[in-house]
Design a protein around this ligand. Sequence first.
Ligand code: PRP
Length: 231
Amino acid sequence: MTGSPSRLPAPVAALTIALSKGRILDETLPLLAAAGLVPLEDPETSRKLILPTSREGVSLVVLRATDVPTYVEYGAADLGVAGKDVLLEHGGDGLYQPLDLGIGRCRLVVATRRGYDWAGLVQRGARVRVATKYVRTAREHFAAKGMHVDLIKLYGSMELAPLAGLADAIVDLVSTGNTLRANDLVAVEEIMPISARLIVNPGSLKLKRDAVKPLLDALSDAVRARTEATA
Ligand code: PRP
């Protein structure tokens, strides 16, 4: 970690919310809208980095998912929406996580080529190579099982690693399962279910409580209404 949050400049707006780019964003925007917060420009197409919203003084920044916890930790954003996968890798230090938003649902799994004797390797206590973006979570998972694993950090296209002979297995997210199927891979262990969480800078919660608390309540109501509607 570099620098101290207290030495950073004040947020650019009264309240800044950091959103994750990609598939979580599609599910986040309706939830924000239900909580009365609509961006004044389309975040998918706008070239602006800071987007004003229908609520005066509340802005959105749309970031690469892994950067969202960092912005919120340092108070550059007051709130954020980030996947549990990203939060586990970040460590969650300095973040208040009050709400499971129930969106971006998927599973973190261990996957191998179809027909690969993963169970046999595990049983024999063989040293295996696992490629993943989720090094910290994977390390904890295999350590808890007492397995010796060489982890290889990748930044994308994890599914290629077992096919190209880079690794015996991968740890990756599975949503529809289409990517695994298309590459003749199968999930051999389930690590945990994943969904997106609301994260809050503890300082913002304290110092901007009048702005943050109503938003937390509105989002909490929107999540409850959504859950009831889909139950
Ligand atoms: C994720 C994940 C898999 C894919 C799984 O990648 O890494 O590749 O989605 O989804 P599926 O089960 O519905 O096929 P994503 O598209 O988020 O991009 P990334 O590789 O940049 O993480």
